[in-house]
Write a protein that binds this ligand. Sequence first.
Ligand code: SF4
Length: 381
Amino acid sequence: MPSLYVHVPFCQKKCNYCAFFSIPYDGSKTLSYLQGIEREAHMRLGEVSEKIASLFLGGGTPTVLSAEELEGLLNSLELFAFSPQAEKTVEANPGTLELNKLKILSGYGINRISLGAQSFNDLLLNRIGRIHSAQDIARSVKLIRQAGFTNLNLDLMFGLPGQSLSDWQETLQKAVDLEPQHLSLYALTIEPGTPLACLVDEQSYRLGTRVIPDDDIQADMYELAAGYLRTQGYWHYEISNFARPGFECRHNLSYWRGEDYLGLGPGAVSCLNGIRYRNVEDIYKYSRLIQQGLKPVEDSETEILTQKELISEYIMLGFRTAEGIDSELFAGKFGKQIQDIYGEILTHYINKGIIRSEKGRIKLNPAYYFVANSVIKDFFL
Ligand code: SF4
């Protein structure tokens, strides 16, 4: 079953490290955006023939929209047929949540909130340009629970400028104290063109006097988190993701399993029947194209994926997950046995203990998750 992603490209303020497509929230721009989503939903409804298994409203910060705007957006999406058990997530940031907005979300069937907490250390939050404090996170979680949500993810970041292992341990503990069902952990990457990239001294890898943790320290932070969260009852089901049993993010699992998805909104990516395309990353151009009855797609970025690309991506994404790659499913999908394509390299990694073959599944040994990319690149066809 396909999934649906909707991009809301507005944030209260741009974070220092952000390379996502997001612009400052401005009420005068949201009306044309919302009209665009409504029209795009009508235009593209026919592209999904099955019921939708999951919805993800991401961004940006969807909850920066006003209560009325959120309602308008969710109303436009009612057009789609969702499976009765669909997982429906909205990304939110502390400092943009109010009880009435949460009640609107819940009224429209949203059943999962993903909160960008990032850190419980106010100095670090400030250093990376977040709009909120640690106290705001706790306040938001309280509101989310009060509104009746029982499926909550917290996003956390490590490798922040000046962050120590003990800072990170403290953030993990405070996050777990809030009893989220799911945690996503990301290492800070300094993306070219972001304010952080301009501020960081490339020679000393410092932000002012603050050292940015190097790969070795980041690997220690990752190991610390994986070990700690395991003791707290979280299942490490994907390289960057941990969940209480039964609370794995179904939307992301569908990406990692190579299933189809439709993306609406400026900058959203779709991949349907082996064709991947991206909507234009410009809200004015997006609205203009939609008004002209055209698909708001960036033509230069449309890719018709070859069999080799589809296989490479399937392997790359499958190795990210604890469930790994099901050999039978692979053969059914691509008409070839996985061993026939990767025999030599697969045997090499299995002999080294880096990849495991268990009960018809091929998986990356979790001890190598942090360096997964260096293994995965050998599987690109
Ligand atoms: S809240 Fe997220 S999308 Fe918005 S600026 Fe910060 S990192 Fe980027």
